[in-house]
Design a binder for this molecule. Sequence first.
Ligand SMILES: Nc1ncnc2c1ncn2[C@@H]1O[C@H](COP(=O)(O)OP(=O)(O)OP(=O)(O)O)[C@@H](O)[C@H]1O
Ligand SMILES: [Mg+2]
Length: 301
Amino acid sequence: MSDSRETNSTPRRIVGTKRFREAMPKPISTRIFTVANQKGGVGKTTSAVNIGAALAMGGLRTLIIDLDPQGNASTAFGISRDEVNGMYEVITKDLPISDAALKVPGYPHLEIIPATQSLANAEVELVPMVARELRLKKALTNYLNDTAQRGERFDYVIIDCPPSLGLLTVNALVAADELLIPIQCEYYSLEGLTLLLHTVSLIQEHLNQNIKLSTIVLTMFDGRTRLANDVADEVRKHYPEQLIDIPIPRAVRVSEAPSYGQTVMTYDPASNGAEAYALVAREIARRGAPSITSISEVSVG
Ligand SMILES: Nc1ncnc2c1ncn2[C@@H]1O[C@H](COP(=O)(O)OP(=O)(O)OP(=O)(O)O)[C@@H](O)[C@H]1O
Ligand SMILES: [Mg+2]
């Protein structure tokens, strides 16, 4: 990480802790998540940045990739999007990730590759390129290998996608092993799921057999409404293993945090939204922790 630059945004007052007292378990190998749902505004970015921040605060080395031209994940960390290289250069100009990744100030273990406005052009520029679906995979593999060789292996990579199933999202699904779907518990929220999962099965067949739906997070949950509870029940019934049954409450502090260039994990760590995201991150880490058998396999081998 020594070659990553600090963000050049103006210094901000950081509120709260950057480290949980209880560390989270490391996975055996780097876990790469794509956060996708072609439905807009369901909490993809909010989940990507808060889960990423919480994993880092749990002591896990984490890389967040902002693959959405809207750049909301970048602004959530207070990154000024005009003055930096980012995913556009990486994905269309072969810029090594080491020249685009930024350390997030205040977090010992967190890096982000920002999205600048130009990423909006990538969707079109990628079309005639050779192996256009594999460009992120290639860049990320190189970066992960380099960092691992330096003894700075990443534990988690989290890719935030735009609300579409275009080439950027396809690149993310090809580069990842796990799909995390945030579901907002509202009417129609399950409708697009079939199309998303169909896309994933095509990618499994042709481009990346490792990708699987591993995690579902319920976002903006309002337990007082019958509808929210009905949607949660549906998800529970169909995806019992994938669902992390810790709904993220709809909470003002969560939606306020980005306007201060912060995640809710630092903006108001004691708020119920921050606590829920911390618990979700801890559960993700727990599920990815080596089992007792695999620990003994590792130590014996
Ligand atoms: N738990 C929550 N409580 C309150 N507001 C929330 C919560 N989660 C997300 N929001 C707000 O809902 C809006 C949409 O969230 P977010 O940007 O994370 O969705 P998205 O799926 O990434 O959207 P897009 O599809 O545009 O990328 C944002 O204004 C965000 O601040
Ligand atoms: Mg988003």
